[in-house]
Design a protein around this ligand. Structure first.
Ligand code: ATP
Ligand code: MG
Length: 563
């Protein structure tokens, strides 16, 4: 097999290996801020960083980029570690940017001593005004030329807590006229009078992203620091700081790639927090959430997420990926691995009039036709069964080939049955079907060669296990959920019908002991996973994904091809 073409990051790494830029080392890191749960966008970065390290015999760190005490929590650290492991990766070193606060402080002092940083006492709104914009060059702060001694003393007093928030900041002294806004004397340290979840009350000044990130990379010996495109304009600052501080060379190299965006999905922790806090979903691990914990709960196999991330690849151009591509990966993996079971979600009772009362046959059913080693199991057949309400129509339109009065269909793994009568309640709703079966069709074939056009699934009523089944639809009505007119809340795009709960659904008895996390294909219906809410008394299943793309099917229907 030909080797997969190399992406641009692999080419950069291979060039560095060839030139021995880092003495043959490759060391990457995945650097989440513990201010929320990981989502599928983070998975792209995780797969990229960990697999590059593996491919080139290098290392990959898990680094918590925890420099903002206001938003970070241990709960998020724990969840992130769980999710990275679940995705299938082991980090070489577990690091925390906050463990470097002492060294970062020393780096700041170094910059001050070199005349490359100063304490600015302009109020925040003035700093913003003086910064200018794309069209207006910035203006220098009147505090820009404070002496080294004065800056050292003021910075020390900032650290001791002698100033209020916003009273002063530490800025790099670069170029207020630079066309790159990031170089207009960026802020390196700000005062935040808040304890840090790991450092406690030790600090009241905290480094900004720019001050912390590259320096943490250098401390850890990272060679290739991979981030998303928004940071492209920060790269000159990244390089400036490493050099200005005088960190040993060779310096880590920042490389940017396009972030993952998916249709019908928001991938920003800030927005995901709004969904959780606004009660639009039941929590971070709600199966409708694009978080890894939500996808786990929904039944997405980690292998499917890894495959998706590899397939979409990396590029320098932002593009929105259709959600269906992720769902296809989920189906592909589950098709090969998920045991098949019979389950009826919306039961309709069927009495087979000529089947002996009290008789039960245990029929062989295939566990997975895709996997010859998966074997068979026994499913009970008896006089009263349930079929899917949708599989019967009293007045079937053309091309509806399933059960109807006078018509014969095949019951999967069992017999042909024919509908001979329909029982209705006082409202005229069909509540039961009367059928006959043909004993000669056992196993699904008629000895006289007569054909039926449909095979439907069923469950024996006396043996059925009741379960709650949760069906999920897209969480948003629009492809771009954030597309709203000025002043309108983006959350008005939340789909009010994204969850449908069915009870009691009827399952074949072998599902009685199913444990949370176990995945199955319910034949003809889709893939389902046992929810953590499930108990032996009340089983709960989540629909992971339908068998086929419902939307493609809908389009087919409008062309009149429904079977
Ligand atoms: P969010 O905007 O959701 O808060 P973030 O970028 O602030 O995301 P971090 O915790 O800082 O979240 O991200 C950790 C790593 O994951 C970073 O390297 C970041 O570039 C990467 N990452 C975040 N979102 C995506 C995405 N949608 N696609 C690819 N990589 C991403
Ligand atoms: Mg971030």
């Amino acid at each position: 097999m030909a080797e997969a073409p190399k992406n641009f990051i692999e080419r950069i790494i291979e060039e560095d290996l060839e030139k021995s830029t880092y003495g043959g080392r490759v060391h990457t890191r995945f650097p989440p801020e513990p201010n929320g749960y990981l989502h599928i966008g983070h998975a792209k970065s995780i797969v990229l960083n960990f697999e590059l390290a593996k491919k080139y015999g290098g290392k990959c760190n898990l680094r918590f980029d925890d420099t903002n005490p206001l938003t970070e929590k241990q709960e998020y650290v724990d969840a992130i570690k769980r999710d990275v492991k679940w995705l299938g990766y082991e980090w070489d070193e577990e690091r925390y940017a906050s463990d470097y606060f002492d060294r970062l402080y020393e780096f700041a002092v170094t910059l001050i001593k070199k005349g490359l940083a100063y304490v600015d006492s302009l109020p925040p709104e003035k700093i913003k005004e003086y910064r200018g914009d794309w069209n207006t060059p910035g203006r220098e702060s009147p505090y820009r030329n404070r002496s080294v001694e004065e800056n050292l003393e003021l910075f020390e007093r900032m650290r001791r807590g002698e100033f209020k928030e916003g009273e002063c900041v530490l800025r790099a002294k670069i170029d207020m006229r630079s066309p790159n806004m990031n170089l207009r004397d960026p802020i390196l340290y700000r005062i935040i009078h808040a304890p840090h979840y790991r450092q406690g009350a030790k600090w009241c000044i905290y480094p900004t992203y720019d001050m912390a990130h590259g320096q943490s990379d250098a401390i850890e010996g990272i060679t290739h620091s991979i981030c998303t495109l928004e940071f492209e304009d920060h790269r000159p600052l990244y390089e400036w700081l490493l050099k200005a501080i005088g960190l040993p060379e060779p310096h880590p190299k920042q490389i940017e790639f396009a972030r993952l965006e998916l249709t019908y999905t928001v991938l920003s922790k800030r927005r995901l927090i709004e969904l959780v806090e606004g009660g639009y979903v039941a929590g971070w691990d709600d199966p409708r959430m694009p978080t890894l914990s939500g996808m786990r709960r929904r039944g997405y196999p980690p292998e499917a997420i890894r495959r998706f991330c590899r397939e979409i690849g990396v590029s320098k151009v932002n593009a929105v990926v259709p959600l269906e591509r992720l769902e296809e990966c989920v189906r592909d993996v589950l098709n090969k691995t998920a045991p098949r079971r019979l389950a009826v979600l919306r039961p309709l009772r069927v009495v087979i009039e000529n089947y002996p009362e009290g008789q039960v046959e245990w029929l062989d059913a295939l566990n997975n036709p895709e996997d010859p080693n998966a074997g068979t199991r026994k499913v009970p057949f008896s006089r009263v069964i349930y079929i899917e309400r949708d599989d019967f129509m009293e007045a079937p339109p053309p091309k509806f080939y399933r059960l109807a009065p006078g018509r014969e269909v095949r019951l999967r793994y069992a017999y042909f049955i024919k509908c001979v009568d329909v029982v209705k309640d006082e409202k005229g709703e069909v509540v039961e079907l009367r059928c006959t079966y043909d004993p000669a069709t056992k196993g699904g074939k008629a000895p006289d060669g007569r054909k039926v056009k449909a095979t439907i699934h069923w469950v024996s009523a006396a043996h059925a296990v009741d379960a709650e089944v949760r069906l999920y639809d897209r969480l948003f009505l629009k492809e771009d959920p954030t597309d709203v007119p000025e002043g309108v809340d983006w959350k008005t795009n939340v789909n009010p019908n994204s969850l449908e709960v069915l009870y009691p659904c009827k399952l074949e008895p072998s599902l009685a002991g199913a444990k949370p996390g176990e995945r199955f294909q319910f034949e003809r219906l889709g893939y389902f996973c046992v929810d953590p809410d499930s108990t032996p008394e009340r089983l709960v299943f989540n629909r992971t994904v339908t068998l086929k793309d419902e939307w493609a099917k809908l389009k087919q229907k409008t062309r009149g091809e429904a079977a």
